[in-house]
Design a protein. Structure first.
Length: 233
């Protein structure tokens, strides 16, 4: 039997399937607002835009429906799920509770390795922002919070956050685009990171509260203005 080193045969990255690629592109398009809230998702048009079959599009839409980004309207078919302030407020309330507790616990436990991972995640976020944002920003942000939740040993809370992640990213895209923030989103995350690196639980929890309170207020203003515009049109 051949016993030579077989590391050259190892597959490091499993290739993405067409469904995974289509899902990622549709998800990003909805999060970034290319497909607006309430817009119909016509299968034939999406097939042409993505260059895939109708079965691939349907499967991707089913996943996005489970993530809360798509809803199926009677007689109208799939459409981008409407996001109003009532829903957004609940998401921010959940985040505030879970993330502040996780940041506090993370600051208590953070060792040199955790601090290095958080710093790396912030560097990845800065790089993604400088390159124009997009999916890389949401991936880097998710990686940052994953370090916090897993270090805190808040695995159930992290599962809940992951289920909301697509809708959280959609809100994040909305608030990141706002020009009147007192402190930018990445700068707020830097404050959270600094408090954790200092092993200061109270400051870490407060930094999360400051971040989410400001983001929620921006989202409220934008979503209520959008709703008012729809009523007038």
């Amino acid at each position: 039997m051949h016993t030579a080193d077989d590391t050259d045969l190892k597959i490091d990255h499993i290739p993405q399937t067409l469904r995974e690629i289509a899902l990622e592109k549709l998800r990003t398009a909805i999060i970034n607002g290319r497909f607006k809230s309430g817009a119909r998702l016509v299968e034939r048009t999406l097939c042409d835009q993505l260059g895939v079959s109708r079965s691939v599009v349907r499967e991707a839409i089913r996943y996005l429906e489970a993530e809360g980004l798509v809803e199926i309207a009677p007689r109208a078919g799939p459409m981008v799920a409407r996001l109003d302030w009532s829903q957004a407020r609940q998401i921010y309330d959940i985040r505030l509770l879970l993330e502040s507790h996780a940041a506090r616990a993370c600051a208590e436990r953070a060792d040199a390795q955790t601090k290095a991972r958080l710093t790396d995640a912030l560097h990845a976020l800065d790089a993604a922002m400088s390159q124009g944002g997009g999916a890389a920003v949401y991936q880097a942000t998710t990686a940052f919070y994953e370090v916090i939740f897993t270090t805190a040993d808040h695995y159930i809370a992290w599962e809940i956050v992951q289920r909301l992640n697509s809708r959280i990213s959609r809100l994040r895209a909305l608030t990141l685009a706002a020009q009147d923030r007192r402190v930018s989103g990445p700068a707020r995350m830097q404050q959270i990171c600094q408090a954790i690196i200092a092993n200061d639980p109270a400051a870490a929890a407060q930094a999360v509260r400051d971040h989410l309170t400001e983001a929620a207020e921006i989202a409220r203003r934008l979503l209520e203005a959008e709703a008012a515009g729809e009523r007038e049109s």
